[in-house]
Design a protein. Structure first.
Length: 247
């Protein structure tokens, strides 16, 4: 049986790394795509995964640029073979209330968080259909489900990711391809840890389970959705937020 090939965008960030490591652990060949792929931090991480050298590639690519995505997928397929699993995890924030938000802040978040889902999915969906198997998992956010003050751009992009998920899921459901989204809540990542202590304490106080989530918990959900066992799950959004928002 052929080893499955996965691509994880934003694969050098903390959440992306957890997903990459879980998929490697499940036996996949994995390409981590990130604009920071050549950073010192990424190099150290790769060294720590040194035993997976033949099954891991870290590639620099810009998810907001369609041609860059085309080139990266071509390189991955030349090295590892056809892509079976795509995890759209790349994301940025450019927060501000709408009355102060600049066009650049809006455009940057839309390009990286939402346009990227089209750019990447467009590269792999046809091959998945032809082979009769594919898994696309879009990493959205609790704030795309409930909205968030100062994040009209981010909340819109993340809500849009799930709209994309539901529409594409219907197009490919009979072809053995599933498309789902995962909406993390507040996770124990560098971005959240930079929040002032008092504000962070207030956030954790609103989470029924009483703590931040761990990246490995998102990775576990992604791994399930990427597996053969999830063949009857499509067009769904999975809230992994410790009960912060229930609906």
């Amino acid at each position: 049986m052929r080893v499955k090939v996965a691509v994880v965008t934003g694969g050098v960030g903390e959440l992306g790394r957890a997903i990459v490591e879980r998929l490697l652990g499940d036996g996949c060949k994995v390409a981590a795509m990130d604009v920071a792929a050549e950073s010192e931090s990424a190099s150290k991480w790769m060294q720590s995964l040194n035993g997976n050298g033949e099954r891991l590639m870290v590639v620099r690519g810009d998810v907001s640029d369609f041609d860059s995505c085309t080139e990266i997928i071509r390189r991955v397929q030349d090295t590892f073979g056809p892509v079976d699993i795509l995890v759209n995890c790349a994301g940025i924030t450019r927060d501000g209330t709408l009355r102060k938000m600049t066009l650049d802040q809006w455009d940057a978040v839309m390009a990286v968080n939402l346009d990227s889902v089209f750019h990447m999915s467009r590269q792999v969906v046809e091959g998945m259909i032809e082979r009769g198997f594919g898994r696309i998992v879009n990493i959205a956010s609790v704030n795309g489900v409930k909205g968030q003050f100062g994040q009209t751009n981010y909340s819109s992009a993340k809500a849009g990711m799930h709209g994309f998920t539901m529409a594409l899921a219907q197009e490919v459901a009979r072809k053995g391809v599933t498309v789902n989204s995962v909406s993390p809540g507040y996770m124990n990542t560098a971005m959240v840890r930079q929040v002032p202590a008092e504000v962070l304490q207030n956030i954790v106080g609103q989470i029924p389970v009483g703590r931040l989530g761990e990246p490995r918990e998102i990775a576990a959900m992604v791994a399930f959705l990427a597996s053969d066992d999830a063949s009857f799950v499509t067009g769904a959004n999975f809230n992994v937020n410790g009960g912060l928002h229930m609906h």
